[in-house]
Ligand binder design. Sequence first.
Ligand code: DOR
Ligand code: ZN
Length: 348
Amino acid sequence: MSDTATTLTLTQPDDWHLHFRDGDLLAETVPATARCFARAIVMPNLVPPVTTAAAATEYRARIMQAVPEDKAFEPLMTLYLTGETTVADIQAAKAAGVVAAKLYPRGATTNSDAAVRQVESLFPVFEEMTRQNMLLLIHGEVTDAEIDIFDREKEFIDRHLQAIVRAMPELKVVFEHITTKDAVDFVVTATDKVAATITPQHLLMNRNDLLVGGVRPHNFCLPVLKRNLHQQALQKAVASGSKRFFLGTDSAPHARHMKESACGCAGCYSAWSAIELYAEVFERLGCLDNLEGFASHYGADFYGLPRNTNTITLVRESWQVPSKINLPSGDELVPFYAGETLNWKLQA
Ligand code: DOR
Ligand code: ZN
């Protein structure tokens, strides 16, 4: 497309990684995503986590109730792996339509206290997932207290991820929300069974945006923003047009008071501006032509699902991300990029 184009039409995109939460919050989060995306991979880190087929089925039904009437939206459900997950749990999940299972190292992030302590103990479960054609989605960070937070992703690759993909060469693995050059290099040199999602915040920001001039809690997520050379490696990965990198917002709401706190929660709520944020990055990188592959094709192809057939249109129009969202509970959410100007807007 030319530099002066005023509209951009894409196959309708999907979000391959996000957090809807549960209960009252669904009335906020589900319409925000269904506004733009046809499908989304729904993370299972609820309290308690989604560890069974039955829990996934019930959660899916609650999400469907929150889909606006004029939207066709399909949540793709995931199972939360624990040290107790069995081969039978995987079989039941597959039978219930669950497409993937999520590996959180214990303590790595929000609601991961029930997660896996010994990754290698799950190899029989991974073998069954391979047989069932279920994907393994990985939060790739070690959690050992002595490992520096900025090194936790690289350390996870070296200690666990290499071993997982070597032992399970046929298992499809999505390295979620990657943040480092090490992760990019790992993915591009791995087999075509390995892919990664990339968030808008990790493309738009580096750790200066978290810490320079004061702590910015609304830019705090996990894995934490890294130094700019890592940000540049992620930008290069998407600009390359490689099919191994696709859209996953990791949109993750936390009430304002939980983020603006002495011990603030990790997560950026980006759903209402997600596609616009990515368009901003791709335009700045001079690769707007690659946006459709990243947002609408490569994820579906990797998951083995059909591409969407309808389209969305973005228009070149400046608008400001709102400074806050009021929830019926009385809580407020501060969206990611609040108050900033974006130059593309989804046509209603
Ligand atoms: O920043 C994050 N927030 N990273 C995660 O891995 C989890 C997420 C959440 O659930 O809030
Ligand atoms: Zn996430």
